[in-house]
Write a protein that binds this ligand. Structure first.
Ligand code: SF4
Length: 82
């Protein structure tokens, strides 16, 4: 489960967030590119390839797309309880 206390500094405010690679729980982003490749309208990458949320989903379809990325993230570094 993504650590709400270790959000990437560039996340746009809202429900969805990515966690920072320095997350002490070891659940931070590993720059695998799944989320920003799968949903580029909602997830971006910083200069190190680490992900952050650039736009919050609105419609049911958008939320479903972001949930797919959350479930596909190999290290559980996407949360939806922000
Ligand atoms: S899917 Fe997870 S590990 Fe991969 S880039 Fe996105 S947040 Fe990072």
């Amino acid at each position: 489960m993504a650590n709400k206390e270790a959000k990437h500094a560039k996340n746009i405010d809202g429900k969805f967030y990515c966690t920072d690679p320095d997350d002490e729980n070891g659940e931070g982003c590993i720059a695998c590119n799944v989320c920003y490749t799968g949903a580029p309208d909602f997830f971006g990458e910083d200069e190190d390839g680490n992900a952050f949320v650039i736009k919050q989903p609105d419609s049911d379809d958008e939320i479903a797309l972001c949930m797919e990325q959350l479930e596909a993230c190999p290290v559980a570094s996407i949360g939806e309880d922000g």
